[in-house]
Ligand binder design. Structure first.
Ligand SMILES: [Zn+2]
Ligand SMILES: [Zn+2]
Length: 356
């Protein structure tokens, strides 16, 4: 997993160049100094404005601010502080997730047992589950559905999990204003925290395995769903998921605007995530995390991540340091947020009486 140090050094140099040139362009002549070192230490105001302007209308519920923060590698620095709604107003959050019967239309699931891949939750999928010994459907074709926050005694071992939305609180996100590379990338697998989409939706790694845990926390057609704590989040980059849906013959439509080359969000290390393509094709020089250094519309030649056309389609690891407390819910009591270590409470399928 260790990336070559040569590659990792490039973004630092490029970022420094970018910041210096931005500062020079936008700084009043009377305050310009020849001390280029001091220019690169602080993120210039102009770059902040540009980054924040990438967020969509209504994506943020209050004005983004810059605060002191400490990164996971111990660096004291500054972070953007973003606040988003637990149920974003920018995207649909009401499913469908679990279909009531095998004849109804539900959402999707990335199956990790035999015949793995992306599936629509339709009769063919439930047939496959039955054939593999998973008991989601009764004799009348009704799907066993349960709320992972309130497990029902009648739920079978294999239930389609659908949590109750709660739009009453905010999520607060801290992202370093100047990305700082780690010695080794951090793996972003099950339920790890990946970033914040410019729609104001948080993005997490793979949802928990049905094969391992029994419950199936259904996703909507955009790869999102409600956490047992009530907030909506994505397990996909929704902005290019339509390709995945079409390739898998799901017949489903994600109504998030599909932009295969646009910037779609910020990873928790501060690097921008783009759609899967660049200059009309999937880049051929991506590292193990799904990132590389190349020219971007917004920031010039800098390190950035790309979504993939895999399912899920997210970066597989993170090269930079995230902030301590990168995701919190300041006005939501007892909100369980994934811890980024792959074991956080998220989607259910856990042991009865657990976090769900
Ligand atoms: Zn690129
Ligand atoms: Zn989830």
């Amino acid at each position: 997993m260790k990336l070559s140090s040569k590659l990792l050094l490039v973004p630092i140099a490029c970022s420094a160049l970018l910041l210096a040139s931005c500062a020079a362009e936008n700084t009043d002549a009377s305050t310009q100094t020849s001390d280029s070192e001091s220019v690169t230490v602080e993120t210039p105001e102009s770059t902040q404005v540009e980054l924040i302007s990438l967020f969509g209308d209504d994506a943020l519920t209050s004005e983004a601010t810059t605060v002191d923060c400490t990164l996971e590698n111990g660096t004291d620095t500054t972070c953007y502080q973003f606040e988003v709604a637990s149920l974003p107003s920018t995207v649909e959050t009401d499913g469908p997730y679990c279909p009531a019967t095998t004849s109804d239309i539900g959402g999707i699931w990335v199956w990790d047992g035999d015949d793995p891949g992306l599936y629509a939750l339709d009769s063919e999928y439930w047939d496959m589950m039955s054939a593999q010994g998973y008991d989601f459907v009764d004799a009348d074709g009704n799907i066993s559905i349960s709320d992972p926050a309130a497990p029902s005694e009648t739920a079978t071992e294999n239930s389609c999990l659908e949590a109750t939305p709660d739009g009453s609180y905010h999520l607060q996100v801290l992202i370093p204003t100047a990305p700082e590379l780690l010695d080794e990338p951090v793996d972003l697998t099950e339920i790890s925290q990946i970033g914040l989409a410019f729609d104001g939706v948080t993005i997490f790694g793979d949802a928990p395995s049905v094969a391992d845990r029994g419950g199936l926390p259904a996703l909507d057609a955009c790869g999102g769903h409600i956490d047992p704590s009530g907030y909506y989040h994505w397990h996909f980059g929704a902005e290019s998921i339509q390709t995945n849906l079409d390739d898998a013959d799901t017949g489903l439509i994600c109504d998030v605007t599909q932009e295969v080359e646009a910037s779609i969000g910020l990873a928790f290390d501060g690097y921008v995530i783009y759609g899967p393509e660049e200059d009309g094709a999937v880049p051929s020089d991506l590292d193990a995390c799904g990132g590389h250094v190349s020219d971007t519309d917004e920031f010039g030649e800098v390190y950035h991540y790309h979504l993939s056309y895999d399912s899920p389609n997210l970066p597989l690891c993170r090269v930079g340091a995230a902030a301590d407390g990168k995701l919190s819910s300041p006005d939501g009591d007892n909100i369980a947020l994934p811890d980024g270590e792959g074991g956080g409470p998220d989607d259910g399928g856990g042991p009865p009486g657990g976090n769900g």
